[in-house]
Every structure is written in structure tokens, then in C-alpha cells.
Design a protein around this ligand. Structure first.
Ligand code: HEM
Length: 404
């Protein structure tokens, strides 16, 4: 039991929380809107939609400079998600055009081919694991296209992303565990080499691939380029932030539709609800429960003093289930008003709003559409296994079966 909040036992690495996050979030929102714990390292947690959204919009008070994880990063070492204006503005403007929906939508045909190929590969099987066989390879393959690595290397990437994501909720950051340290060192060895090769290719003007990596290395804004160290940090961030999260989204939305067959029926009756199903999944099961900020001045909220320089967990997932913002917040309903639905906080709020949101939405929509079209008899076939990384919500395995 946490001595500072005797009535509510919460820490990101707590099993009770992992088992039923929405229940714990409800307790926190109701009884302890500013929660403090020292486990696994001192931090505060905000859960009410109003507090989370207002704080995320006030980046002067709530800085990203020490990173989005629980561990204090070294100020100035990180890119984008670990930076504040004006550096953040410079970096974001430099790469925002790469993620524009008009650019991303050009990938639609290839993603559709990929999802169909994965279903083709099920062959004569009538059972499998929705995550390992389907939800995971989609974003990892797209990431290989973006970063110009061989698609066969997704096997390597698979082993790095979860340990790296896990590090976000531990006090030691990338030092968290032997597995995490190994994932980081393998990642850095691989990508340092890959980026150096690409820089040489660009310098020698040899058939340079026109992908995200080339654009990161050549993009110029106000006469400034991203350094190769910044590009390396960005690739690491992208691999975790862009692939694992999208895998979780694909798994979460299909899982909920199988869990609530009447919602699946609504979707089958009206394919126009595809995008609503994705948004409702993002609201109901935000793949990232929350991320951290560090306050630049003392803050008092709900009579709790938050000293300058505290790590504060902004819980997107709890804001998404706040009954002050959402009617029947704990119901999964894909028929909610499409405009209201987009107000969920699953992609963050304010200046750090997810740049990859159009890509994640496209991948998830195509993945869901392919599954309901090609495997209409898909059903659960056992107990799914949840992910263990504290800041993430979703599954590592979902056993499913289908008829041929
Ligand atoms: C369902 C999938 C995804 C979820 C739930 C998600 C969630 C988030 C969240 C919550 C943030 C805000 C971080 C903060 O406030 O500190 C963020 C930022 C970001 N995301 Fe995503 N993301 C997803 C997919 C992607 C993809 C596919 C990419 C790129 C390929 C991507 C790239 C980024 C980038 C570059 C930022 C940093 C923006 C900035 O700091 O200005 N994300 N994402």
C-alpha cells in the first residue's frame, strides 16, 4: 500500500493497475486527482481530462526537455518529444511535411498489399496469433520502408521495441534491465552503421532511396540540418513510438470488436464506421496510457504542491474515460459522433501532438478492413496476454481462430 495515498494503490508497474487500468484510473480521477508515489521513482500523476489537457497545452510550465519517460533525460540530448520550443519548433517544422496526410496517403496501396499478403500467408491454417502474425508485422514493415532497412530485419526490430518501450516507465530509463540495455546497444550499433552508409550514399549521389531517412538527413530549415546524432535519436524514437503503438492499436480495435459482437455487427452493416471504430478504440484503449512532463515552476493543483522539477505523468488514457468529457465513458461504442470522438487524447495534446497520427490511422483502418473482409468468421481462441510495458495498453498475444 502506498503510504502517501493510503486509499489508492497505484504505480505504473503495479500488477493491479496492469490487470485493470480503467478501474484504477476511475479511482484516481475521483479520489486523488494529483497522485504521488515513489514507486518505481518519485512522480505525480494527473488523471482528470481538464487537468491533463490544460497542462499539456501549457508547455512553459510543463516541459518535455527531460524526456517523456520517468527517468530524467539529459536536457538537450533528445529530439522532438524530448525538446521544448524553440528547438522543438525547428525540428518539428523540418520534418512535419514528411508526415502530411497527402504524403502518407500515397502509401495506401502498398499497405493494402501488405495486409492482404499477411492474410494470404495464413494459408490453410485456421488459428493463429493476431498480434505476432498480423498486428506486429504491419507497422514494423512500414517502418522498414520509411527507414530504408531490409524488411527481413523486422525480426531484429521485434526484439528491440518492447524492451525499449518498457524503459519509459522505469526510473533508470534505458538502464532498466539487461534486456533493455542489450536492445539499446544492438539498436545503436545497427542504426549508426545504417545512417553512416546512407550519408556516404547521399555524398556520392549513388541511387539514393527517396525515403524518410534520406529526407531526415537532407531536410533543411532556416539553413539548419538535423545532425546525424539527432537523426539517430529520431530513428530510435520512431521505432518504438511508431511501430509498437500502432501494433497495439490494431490488436486493441480487433479485440474489442470480437469482445462486443454487436459493435462488430454495426461495423459490418455500415463500413463507413471503420474510421469511427479506430477512433473509439483509441479513446477506449489509448495504446499509450500517458507520458511524462517536468514542471519548470512550483504548481499547486487540487491542494497538492508539486515542487519544481518533478516528473508528472499526464494520463491520456484516464482523460479519455473521464465522464465529465464523455457520455457513458466506459462503454465501447463505435457510433459516437465522429467530430467529438477526435477529441480523445490518445495521440497527445498540444505542440507534441503525434506527427504519425495520419499514418497510424491509415495502417489501422486498412488492417481492420482487410480482416473483416477476408476473415469474417474470426473469433477469440483463448486468453490474450497483455503487454507488460507500464505506459502501454494492449496485447502481446491474442489467440484467434477462423473458418476456411
Ligand atoms: C496508434 C499509434 C500511435 C500512438 C497512440 C501515438 C501516440 C503519440 C503520443 C501520445 C505522442 C505525444 C508525445 C508527448 O506528448 O510527449 C506522440 C508523438 C509523436 N508520435 Fe506518435 N503515436 C502513434 C503512432 C505514431 C507513428 C506511426 C509515428 C511515425 C511513424 C509517430 C510519430 C510520432 C512523433 C514524431 C511524435 C513527436 C511529436 C512531437 O514531439 O512534436 N507516432 N505519439
Amino acid at each position: 500500500m502506498n503510504s502517501e495515498n493510503p486509499q489508492i494503490n497505484f504505480s505504473l508497474i503495479d500488477e493491479e493497475f496492469q490487470k485493470n487500468p480503467p478501474e484504477v484510473m476511475t479511482q484516481l480521477r475521483k479520489h486523488c486527482p494529483v497522485h504521488h508515489t515513489k514507486i518505481p521513482a518519485p512522480h505525480f500523476t494527473l488523471t482528470r481530462a481538464e487537468d491533463v489537457i490544460r497542462s499539456l497545452r501549457d508547455e512553459r510550465t510543463w516541459s518535455s526537455l527531460y524526456g517523456p519517460g520517468l527517468a530524467f533525460g539529459k536536457a538537450g540530448d533528445g529530439v522532438l518529444v524530448s525538446s521544448d520550443p524553440p528547438e522543438h519548433t525547428r525540428e518539428r517544422l523540418a520534418i512535419a511535411s514528411i508526415f502530411k496526410p497527402s504524403v502518407i496517403n500515397r502509401m495506401e496501396k502498398d499497405i493494402r498489399k501488405l495486409t492482404n499478403k499477411l492474410v494470404d500467408e495464413f494459408g490453410n491454417r485456421t488459428q493463429g496469433d493476431l498480434i505476432q502474425d498480423y498486428a506486429m508485422p504491419i507497422p514494423l514493415t512500414v517502418m522498414c520502408w520509411l527507414l530504408g532497412t531490409p524488411v527481413a530485419d523486422i525480426e531484429k526490430f521485434r526484439n528491440w521495441v518492447l524492451p525499449m518501450a518498457e524503459a519509459v516507465s522505469y526510473s533508470g530509463g534505458r538502464e532498466a534491465s539487461k534486456e533493455t540495455r542489450q536492445a539499446y546497444s544492438e539498436f545503436f550499433a545497427y542504426f549508426e552503421n545504417h545512417i553512416t552508409n546512407r550519408i556516404d550514399q547521399i555524398a556520392e549521389k549513388e541511387d539514393v532511396p527517396n525515403d524518410l531517412l534520406t529526407r531526415l538527413l537532407t531536410v533543411e530549415r532556416d539553413g539548419l540540418r538535423l545532425t546525424s546524432k539527432e537523426v539517430l535519436g529520431f530513428c530510435q524514437f520512431l521505432l518504438v513510438a511508431g511501430s509498437e503503438t500502432t501494433t497495439l492499436l490494431i490488436g486493441n480495435v480487433i479485440y474489442r470488436l470480437l469482445e462486443f459482437p454487436e459493435q462488430m455487427q454495426n461495423l459490418l452493416d455500415d463500413n463507413n464506421l471503420l474510421s469511427n471504430a479506430i477512433e473509439e478504440s483509441l479513446r477506449y484503449d489509448a495504446p499509450v496510457h500517458g507520458l511524462f512532463r517536468t514542471n519548470t515552476c512550483p504548481v499547486t493543483l487540487h491542494n497538492v504542491n508539486i515542487p519544481t522539477g518533478s516528473k508528472v505523468y499526464m494520463m491520456f488514457g484516464a482523460a479519455n474515460r473521464d465522464p465529465d468529457l464523455w457520455e457513458e465513458a466506459d462503454e465501447f461504442k463505435i457510433s459516437r459522433n465522429a467530430i467529438d470522438l477526435k477529441k480523445h487524447a490518445a495521440f497527445g495534446v498540444g505542440t507534441h501532438y503525434c506527427l504519425g497520427a495520419p499514418l497510424a490511422r491509415l495502417e489501422a483502418t486498412i488492417a481492420l478492413e482487410t480482416i473483416i473482409t477476408r476473415l469474417p468468421s474470426l473469433r477469440l481462441n483463448g486468453i490474450p496476454k497483455g503487454v507488460e510495458a507500464g505506459v502501454l495498453k494492449g496485447f502481446e498475444e491474442i489467440p484467434v481462430c477462423w473458418d476456411l
